[in-house]
Design a protein around this ligand. Structure first.
Ligand code: KG4
Ligand code: ZN
Length: 333
């Protein structure tokens, strides 16, 4: 049955996974630490590191899955959205690899794949379900009617939730990506120590740029009185910021669940690794009678296993692309 090799290179993780008849048998992720001191991903550096990592990561995935190149049936890859230079490395490699081995190519939308990561392990959500997809570049509430029949019913009008975490971290002089560090400090702080305003945005949409500005002004004001404010209150600041972001995210998700009458609720994307979001969602599930689906940590942030599982579904549908395919940085949903 189909053995699919999948490549993810949309941002700063070079990842290769292998899916053997619907089961993930390898998921190798090479993280790029080079961006830590820049406060964000530097696209040109990211492309270069992908170029260095792609072959060793492929080789490791084949070893982990105990598969020979000749046993592969298809090559799946992230076509977009993402950084063009980063995508180009993965797409070009996928095409050359497929050409050399005479294999069909499967193009995957990275945002679909974050959602389809829920079909890697049990329990799997039942269609239709709502998925809050929260990453470094996106914040969307998606109505998922089928594997590739998805509709965005709400999204951010400015910053993504991951950006809100990362930009706050930058204000607090924490290295990139700041989300996991805020999460770590938040565990030791009081979430109600400081209060930040909740944006009043219509419908099921989000906005996080106002929160970032409110945090910046708050910190500046406090630092005027106490230059050591950040270091003395880091855990409380992180806990309070995280509390605000989680509440903004979940309030709209609750509204969407009510509006669509859906109790199958999932989260996906890098920010779904956040412990505050995971806990609050579990709590809300108990209150609202939701069935919640939270991905394993390794499938929250960027990984090729999610590309492989999406690629597997496309393979079953006979949905292939030709060798003239190109990456799309701002790929439509
Ligand atoms: O999905 P992802 O790996 O990449 C994109 O497609 O953007 O998401 C990365 C984002 C970053 O903003 C990172 O700070 C955030 O996910 N993130 C977290 C946590 N782990 C990753 N944010 C909050 N808490 C976490 N534990
Ligand atoms: Zn992502």
């Amino acid at each position: 049955m189909p053995v699919i090799l999948a490549i993810e290179s949309s941002c700063d993780e070079t990842s290769v996974a292998i899916c053997n008849n619907g089961k993930i048998t390898a998921n190798v992720i090479a993280n790029q630490t080079i961006h830590e001191n820049y406060g964000g991903v530097i696209p040109e550096l990211a492309s270069r590191v992908h170029q260095q990592n792609i072959v060793p990561v492929i080789q490791q995935a084949l070893i982990d899955a105990n598969v020979d190149k000749k046993e592969l049936n298809a090559v799946a890859f992230t076509r977009g959205p993402g950084l063009l230079g980063s995508l180009l490395v993965g797409v070009s490699f996928a095409k050359s690899f497929a050409l050399a081995l005479d294999l069909p190519l499967v193009a995957v939308n990275h945002m679909h794949a974050h959602i389809l990561a829920h079909f890697i392990d049990e329990p799997k959500p039942a269609f239709p379900f709502l998925c809050l997809t929260v990453s470094g570049g996106h914040t969307q509430i998606v109505l998922v009617k089928d594997y590739f029949d998805m509709e965005i019913v709400g999204e951010t009008l400015d910053d993504a939730a991951g950006e809100a975490f990362d930009k706050t971290a930058k204000i607090l002089n924490l290295p990139y990506p700041g989300g996991p560090l805020i999460d770590k400090h938040a565990k030791l702080g009081n979430p109600l120590a400081f209060k930040f305003p909740e944006p009043q945005i219509k419908d099921l949409n989000y906005s996080f740029s106002g929160l970032k500005t409110a945090i910046l002004y708050f910190i500046r004001k406090q630092e005027k009185e106490n230059p050591d404010f950040i270091s003395e209150h880091l855990n409380d600041i992180c806990a309070s910021v995280q509390y605000s972001i989680v509440h903004i995210l979940l309030n709209k998700l609750r509204k969407a669940a009510k509006q669509y009458g859906i109790k199958e609720i999932a989260i996906a994307g890098g920010v779904s690794a956040n412990s505050g979001l995971r806990e609050a969602l579990q709590k809300r599930a108990e209150e609202s009678g939701w069935n919640v689906y939270i991905p394993a940590f390794e499938y929250c942030t960027d990984n090729a296993a999610m590309i492989a599982i999406a690629g597997y579904q496309k393979y079953l549908n006979g949905d292939f692309v030709e060798q003239d395919v190109a990456p799309i940085s701002r790929m439509n949903f």
